[in-house]
Structure formats: C-alpha cells, structure tokens
Design a protein around this ligand. Structure first.
Ligand code: DCP
Ligand code: MG
Ligand code: MG
Length: 602
C-alpha cells in the first residue's frame, strides 16, 4: 500500500482544521477591518513542540541528535529535525526528494504512533499540573488559559517586561509597552516557565504564543522557530491577520470552507474582512458567517476547554488503492488488533463500534469518508476488556464486515483509500476510574516525567495525528450520520443514532460442529445466509461466520473456492487432472493467505 504526498498534505490540512469549535460570537457589527479588538481580558498560551516526532526519536536514541533525521511514513517525511531542515529537507517532502536534498539523511519509521502518543500526553499532563485549563490540539499542541494564574500573580509583580519576542515590535519598544500590557507581559514569563518545565522534565523543546485568544495565540506561536516564543499585543492583531497568505491560514477555515468562500470571490483574509456580513450570512447562514467574519478580524472568544478523557479511540490507515476483500479484511484485522490492545490499556468498555471508509473519488479526494456504527453486543464488550480473549479482533471483524457491507457493494468493483476503526461512546471518567484508574491521570495529572498516560486516543492519522478529544469539525463540513469525517466529541455516537443492531448471540445452528469439507450443494445465490449446516472449512469459526452478512458469506465462500481447492473437495471425489492445480494452490501458500484464516485465531 502506498500513500501519496497529496494524501499526506491533505492530512496536514485536516490536522490544521481543528482549532475552532466555539458557538458563534456576536461581536461582528460591521465589516471594518480596522475594528479595535476587545481589551485583553484573557491570556491564552499556545504551545507547539519542535519537530515533535523527530524529538521523540532523538530522546529514544540520542545518537540521532546531531544527524539530519527524517521521520518516514510510507513515502513521506512527515517531519524532520532542524539539522535536516538546515539542509533543505522540509516537512511532508517525499523521501526521494529529501534524499536528493540531503543524501546523509537518516530515516526512522514513524508509523507506530505509540511513543509519540505517550509523550504527547505527558506534555499535557505536565501543563495540567500548573493550570487546570489545558486543551490539546493534535499531538504536539496545547492551549492553556492562564487568565486566573495571572490575576493571582499580578498584585505581587512589581514591574513588567516581556520574555521572548513581541510580534512586529522591537525590544526597546516592547520594554516601553510592558506596563501598558501587564497581563500579557506576565503571561510571557509564565509561558517561558512552562516551556522550561517541559524541557527540564521531558527533554522537549517547543514554541509558545502568548495572546488574548486561542486564535491569536496559535497564529503567533510559530513566528520564531524553533524553541522560541512570541507575544502578540492587541495593537498588532490587524498586522498578523493581514500577514496571512490566504484564508486557509486562519485556524478553523478548512478546505471546504475555503472552497465555499472562493465561490464568493473571497481569497485573502482582507477579502473576507471587507465582505458584507449580510451577504455572507445569506450564503452560509448567520452563525457561520459571523464566526468566519470574526476570525478574519482576529476575534475569537472560544474558551479553552479542558480536553478530558477521550470519548473514543480509533485507528486508521490510508493508502492509494485497496480493491479486494482480502486486503480489506487484512487491514481491518490489523487495525483492530492494535485498537483492542489500546482499549484494554484504557480499561473502559466501549458501547459503540464504528467503521469508516474513504472511497476514491477524483472530484472529492479527501473528504468523502463514510461511516456506519453499531452497538457492541455485551459478550463482545466483555471480550474487549478481557486480557485473556485472543479472538477479540476476529469477533469484532464480523461486526466490522457487517458495517462494511452497508457502505461498499462487495459484488461490484471498489476503490478505497482509507479505513478507520473506532470504539466510541466510552463511559465517563468516573466509571473508568473505578475500573482501572488509568483515566484519572487526565484529571489528577502527575508531574513525573516517567508517568506514561495509558489512556490514549485516536491514532487516526496514520499520517496526521488527529485526536478524538480535540478535533472540532471544520466549521462548514456538513455532518450526517451517513457521512462523518472523523471521530470527534461533537460528532460522536451521542449525536448519532445507531443505524442498526445485530444480535451477536450464537445461533444453535451456527454452533454445530464443523467438518473439514465443504458441501458442494451450497448455493451462493439469493439473499439468504449460508447456513452453518453447510460445511465450513476447519479454520472457520462458525460463530463469527454466522454473523456475517449473507453477501459477504457468499463472497468468502467464492474466494475460498478459488483459493483453497485442496480443502474444497474431498480428495477421493476429485476428478483426475485437477491435482496439479490443487497442488499449486496449496504450495503457493494460498491457504495461509485465505480470508478464511480470519475466522479463527491462530
Ligand atoms: N504530523 C504528521 N502528519 C502531518 C502533520 C504532522 O504525522 N501531516 C505529525 C508529525 C509532527 C507532528 O505531527 O512531528 C507535529 O506536527 P507539526 O506540524 O507541529 O510539526 P513538527 O512538530 O514536526 O515541526 P515544527 O517544529 O514545525 O512544529
Ligand atoms: Mg503542531
Ligand atoms: Mg510542532
């Protein structure tokens, strides 16, 4: 399987889309770009770690610190350390291009996100030990609302200065202005202290932005990189908004939003600032228009919402082309294995299982995910949390394939580019805390750098790193039960109806003993399921098989016929002349590769 550079770039897009999830504000009253922003009543910090995956790898293996290092996912360098960046390697460059730029580039595979995820939560936990208002964004970013910390410290601060850079302001001018902006000045010192703590306890460097809102803190934090910080004063808000090269640079304006704005002739931030709100509202609806307009003017009053425990755990992979059932089941099985392991570590019992696929579509390459979900039957729930149940992924596979067949017509050719498996509807932290306690680390964080948070979320981005707890939908992506883009709190099971329920109880029929040969009388036509009284191959778990939709059962039988002729017909009844073909079939390992292997754990 392959991943194109385009795919990854768009993952980056999704990654950047998650900032704003606030209800509308009503602060826009006109279309003047020169409207003075509200006074600094809040102080928000935004942290973004430097070359995050590369830093984690350099901590794991210090020998990598001084060499140009790239983190590879499929054919893409998802990030690289700053040594490599000095030599021209950039994030999301293809491996081929990166090697051309920097022949000494050392590559480390970054497809297993476990270490990145763990380090990511340690950073959040550490920040939480200073301030309860911490909101994660992706794997390497956090917002912290330090307004209250500042109110407490302000009375005992005799004089003010800025730590680090001040956006578009010289050091001398900034010093002169510090007394006019005591909250932001103090905020810059707190940002420096937190960056220092992250470095001292976890060995990670990063950038910080200090501003009066999440939007502005995020926009300003990357002004000086790496390992630096920048404060944005209210009088420079218009400068920073005007410096953005396009609407997509506004956090919260995703691909779809930008497309709709483009139709209205809006390309630059200034275009949006000047566009009449009433006209915008006619096209996009008033809440969305107001929100967008405010964002373009640098106004955002969305609160820092403590991230809390994940509402869902998911895993996914993207690829260029998946067209056959064998690959689909293989991939789902693989994703389920790692997801079940994470779910066990988390300790909670999910209520809902969701499967998402992305079908290839030339016109809408990245945003055509479709999802189906179903309640998890009780006996499967128990298996998920029971460490001794080795067959859990196989049992879940049947649920997954049921959902799959509702989205993809397996009898016709298909072309998938992504599969996502997700446990959602997780119990609240209280329930979880009583089960295992691991989730409590989100609420009573440890300051110890050794603490590894077990409750992990979404590795949804095999390439991007999105996060179930954080992602807010792009403001304009329509959400329907039939078409969900990613697992996020706002669009999770609670907001959707379960589409169907299947009983997972084992039918008396399905639990009949199986025999080693397949009845040649088995009919694959019609809609009815294949009864387990039809003989199934020895490696097929009849319970799992019985829960598959009829069309999939037929598909499997057909595949089995093609791939396992040795098993299909008892040797005695084989016609002469088939021998060589059969031997070839078994000799090439087709039996080991058969779909039917999925039905019984090895
Ligand atoms: N990431 C990814 N795929 C993407 C974007 C990001 O896998 N399309 C991962 C790799 C990054 C991490 O997320 O290390 C954080 O993303 P950033 O954009 O913050 O990039 P870095 O932290 O690597 O670099 P920087 O120093 O520029 O922040
Ligand atoms: Mg980042
Ligand atoms: Mg970063």
């Amino acid at each position: 399987m392959e991943s194109s550079e385009d795919d990854i770039e768009e993952d980056e897009t999704e990654w950047k889309q998650h900032l704003m999830d606030s209800p509308l504000t009503s602060r826009v009253s006109g279309s003047s770009p020169n409207k003075t922003p509200a006074p600094a009543h809040k102080v928000i910090l935004h942290f973004d770690l430097d070359c995050f995956y590369a830093q984690v790898e350099m901590i794991r293996n210090p020998a990598l610190r001084d060499v140009p290092l790239g983190i590879q996912q499929k054919y893409i360098i998802v990030t690289c350390n700053y040594v490599a960046r000095q030599q021209g390697v950039t994030k999301l460059m293809s491996v081929t291009n990166a090697r051309e730029k920097c022949p000494q580039l050392v590559l480390v595979k970054g497809e297993d996100l476990t270490h990145y995820r763990e380090m990511s939560y340690q950073v959040t936990d550490l920040l939480l030990s200073f301030c309860p208002l911490v909101e994660r964004l992706g794997f390497d970013e956090n917002f912290v609302d330090i307004t209250e910390m500042i109110a407490n410290r302000l009375p005992c601060t005799p004089d003010f200065s800025f730590e680090g850079h001040v956006y578009s302001t010289s050091r001398e001018v900034a010093e002169a202005k510090a007394n006019n902006h005591p909250e932001l000045a103090l905020g810059s010192h707190i940002a420096a202290e937190l960056r220092e703590a992250i470095h001292a306890k976890l060995g990670l460097t990063g950038c910080a932005g200090v501003a009066t809102s999440k939007l502005l803190a995020k926009l300003v934090s990357g002004t000086f990189k790496p390992n630096q910080q920048t404060t944005l004063l209210p009088e420079n808000v218009d400068d920073i908004m005007g410096s953005l090269s396009g609407l997509r640079k506004i956090p919260g304006v995703g691909h779809q939003t930008a497309k709709r704005l483009q139709v209205l002739g809006l390309i630059t931030v200034r275009d949006l600032q000047l566009f009449p709100l009433t006209e915008l509202a006619r096209d996009l609806g008033s809440p969305c228009a107001t929100r967008l307009k405010n964002l373009s003017l640098g106004m955002d009053d969305s609160p820092v919402t403590p991230t809390g425990a994940p509402q869902s755990l998911s895993d996914e992979d993207s690829f260029k082309k998946m067209t056959c059932m064998k690959e689909v089941m293989d991939k789902i099985q693989q994703l389920l294995s790692s997801l079940v392991e994470r779910m066990r570590k988390d300790g909670r019992q999910p209520q809902t299982f969701r499967l998402s696929v992305r079908k290839y579509s030339a016109s809408n390459k990245w945003y055509s995910r479709e999802s189906r979900q179903c309640p998890i039957p009780n006996h499967v729930k128990q298996k998920i949390t029971s460490a001794s149940s080795d067959d859990t992924p196989a049992v879940l596979l049947s649920l997954a394939m049921n959902l799959f067949s509702k989205m993809v017509d397996t009898a016709a050719p298909f072309h998938l580019t992504l599969i996502n498996v997700c446990f959602s509807n997780l119990p609240t932290q209280t329930a979880a805390a009583s089960t295992r306690g691991s989730i409590t680390s989100f609420f009573a964080p440890s300051t110890s750098p050794q603490t590894s948070t077990q409750s992990q979320i979404d590795s949804s981005m095999s390439a991007s790193g999105a996060d179930d707890r954080l992602g807010s939908p792009s403001i304009m992506t329509p959400l329907t039960p039939e078409n969900t883009a990613e697992s996020t709190p706002g669009r999770d099971a609670a907001s959707r109806q379960a589409r169907h329920t299947r009983s997972a109880s084992v039918s008396a029929e399905a639990s009949q003993p199986v025999t080693t040969s397949h009845s040649s009388t088995c009919s694959y036509g019609g809609d009815s399921k294949i009864s387990a009284t039809h003989r199934l191959p020895p490696n097929v778990d009849p319970q799992v098989f019985s829960e598959l939709p009829a069309n999939l059962q037929r598909e499997l039988m057909r595949e089995w016929e093609q791939r396992m002729p040795v098993l299909k017909i008892p040797a005695a009844s084989r016609k002469p002349g088939r021998e060589a073909k059969d031997k070839k079939g078994s000799g090439t390992g087709s039996q080991a590769n058969s779909l039917l292997n999925y039905f019984k754990p090895a």
